[in-house]
Write a new protein. Structure first.
Length: 90
């Protein structure tokens, strides 16, 4: 069974398909990543460095932006990700 999935080739995150453990080494979309955090089922982790302010891409589209620098293998969630929804809503 796959441990994670990159939903679109443009994505800079992947999604855990089962609970993942800090230190696991995964190859996703041609990138090898060592997890920096435990990742719960359905949660996201970075596939590459994501600078603060850069868009986080899921499904090939921005779902928000990093509020702090994110390193490969780090958990991506509300502690380091903010929605862009309120920035574009009028």
């Amino acid at each position: 069974m796959n441990r994670c999935i990159q939903l679109n080739v443009r994505d800079n995150i992947a999604v855990a398909l089962r609970p993942l453990v800090k230190g696991e080494i995964l190859t996703v979309g041609g990138r090898t990543v060592t997890l920096q955090d435990d990742i719960d089922f359905g949660h996201k982790f970075a596939l590459c460095e994501i600078p603060a302010g850069e868009n986080v891409l899921k499904y090939g589209l921005p779902i928000g932006h990093a509020t702090a620098p994110v390193q490969p293998g780090q958990w991506v969630h509300v502690h380091n990700l903010a929605s862009n929804y309120m920035l574009t809503r009028k």
